[in-house]
Design a protein around this ligand. Sequence first.
Ligand code: IPM
Ligand code: MN
Length: 372
Amino acid sequence: MELKIALLPGDGIGPEVVDQAVKALNAVGEVFNHKFTYTDALVGAIAIDETGNPLPDETLATCLAADAVLFGSIGHPKYDNDPSAKVRPEQGLLKLRKSLGLFTNIRPIKAFPTLIDKSPLKRDIIEGTDFTIFRELTGGIYFGEKNLNEEGTVASDLCEYSEEEIERIAHLAFKAARSRRKKLTLVDKANVLETSRLWRKVVTNLGKSYEDVALDFLFVDNAAMQIILNPSQFDVILTENMFGDIISDEGSVIGGSIGLLASASVGSENALFEPIHGSYPQATGKDIANPVASILSAAMLLEHFNLNEEARAIHIAVEKSLEVGLVTPDLNKESKYGTTKVGDFIADYILNADDIINYNQENIDYGQSTII
Ligand code: IPM
Ligand code: MN
């Protein structure tokens, strides 16, 4: 298969982690005989610095012409500390999601067996956790009308959803549940919000066409508690844009590090794959950021094109790196391995997984899984 991939490394640690994902993809290309070609484009703070625009037209054109987008991260402290900034890096990502029609964001949350003791949560709580969040991505309060009065003393953000916006993501979530453990939980705030009551109505109606899927509902405040108290009760969680943003960061604690969580953003025409972590400015250029979330996002890209065996090869290599302790300092404070070493090991393991007999510590230190 030939795939044209737009690379949008963005800000902070984005370029470092995307480099490792590309190494993994190239290894997969070599082993399974696929051709992946890449076009780099600017987004975020770096794009503002160079062009004044967080999403230059050229970047959007590159993404539209590609089969898929691999995204790093965006954001810079100089904007976080300046609420009056008119142009912000995040606008680039939001405009990109909207322009590519990426209405569904899929965020799988899993407790890796080898990392269970790294989580601040107790083993017996998180063991067996395996759920996926379907977060609506192009509507709601993120995209509603925004207002600030002239004095700058009163502000508002409108949260709006239409039936169509709810239906299209709900179909995808029901289908995903059907292929998993057949349970769908709608997370909302229907005791207070009109939009949430519309979500409940639409999803309940749709549920009649998916009778094999058990549908239940949770208010978001309770859901936030349940994710920490009893995460293995969940299979697929469906929710609106902002609730999904919040509970997915919360869910990342289960895996032991936000540096492990990948995501896919899909629409009817386009797809974008990105780690859920941000630009982590304090780590930029230090070779300490965890590349696993970005590498697993590349695996989600492969799955999107039904390259399931290929995606599995990435998962196996990632799991191996965790098992042998070839991890970045977020997972082991004492670790001497950095972003590049972890990326090298994973790519090398994809290329040489069968050569495990030759695998030894000296080569691991060298960033290779085997003697080659
Ligand atoms: C995410 C991020 C973004 C969001 C920001 C960077 C705009 O937090 O992808 O979760 O809020 O959607
Ligand atoms: Mn977020």
